[in-house]
Design a protein around this ligand. Sequence first.
Ligand code: NDP
Length: 311
Amino acid sequence: MANILNCLIIGSGPAGYTAAIYAARANMSPVLYTGEQPGGQLMITTDVENYPGYPDGIMGPEMMDHFQKQAERFGTVIHRELITKVDFSGDVHKAWTESGTLIEAHTIIIATGASAKWLGLESEVRLTNFGVSACAVCDGFFFRGKEVAVVGAGDTAAEEATYLAKLCPKVHLLVRRDEMRASKIMQERVKSMENIIVHWNTSTEEILGAEEVEAVRVVNNISGEKSVIPVQGFFVAIGHKPNTDIFTDWLDMDETGYIITKPDSTKTKVAGVFASGDAQDKIYRQAVTAAGTGCMAALDAERYLVEKGII
Ligand code: NDP
């Protein structure tokens, strides 16, 4: 039994690191695999103003650095590797890393988060990194002084548009309906920037350009009228997809891939496997709620290990 971990945590956003802090302090000797983007989505954001405890806000990467240090302080072992396969058929759960290493664990806490969604256009794929991006904070700098478009109408789109408006002379915000889903405060910020032009009822037909983005062809969803807006950058900000593909064969999920957990717990349908954060929560999707469910998963895992007499 010596090589079987008490607790394997998959993912390194607020949910994964909070689970690690709690699991480590409960003597569960957690081992955490970070995945492709250590630190998760907050690594590609700027100011986090709504995480309690930071009255002046904090930069996303700095906050995740704090999370990681706190998890390590209590003995969490962290591997910068991706888990690519799991097998939940036995009492002991199995997972494999990208390089093929097998890990066995009594409990697994899933905290794999979510990734940006794309429109699904051929031109979007072809021009990714040649003017098409899903992260203004990462790539905005390259578009200083250039005209850009942002597609989306949620908080992410509003945030990206206001961020870009500080760098770019004109930002075209492409909203497919006649209203935005973004919170009031974010919508106010959009309105307050004179160089953000909101195109209501507007969908993207194609991103134009042979080698790099030169323009975007849009269609008005009411009149059917098409037009071309010259832009050099095109930012996609239309929401996220949970990173749960490797669990499809083993766990219950909703139609969009969010893992279904039992009411008032992080338990999945497999005993000893718990799900937290954006992989499981399609409603709140905040850093603080992810951290909360990470804590819950560690407590649920601890109870499971105690009941089984493993710790
Ligand atoms: P959301 O799911 O909230 O919004 C996605 C937006 O993209 C919707 O407005 C949707 O339009 C639009 N959209 C979806 N598909 C298409 C398409 N094919 N073409 C055009 N538009 C499309 O995702 P977000 O990433 O914005 O936000 C996710 C969560 O993170 C939210 O809970 C949000 O509050 C939170 N968040 C908070 C921030 C903060 O507080 N600082 C910053 C960023 C995110 P429609 O409305 O018509 O469905």
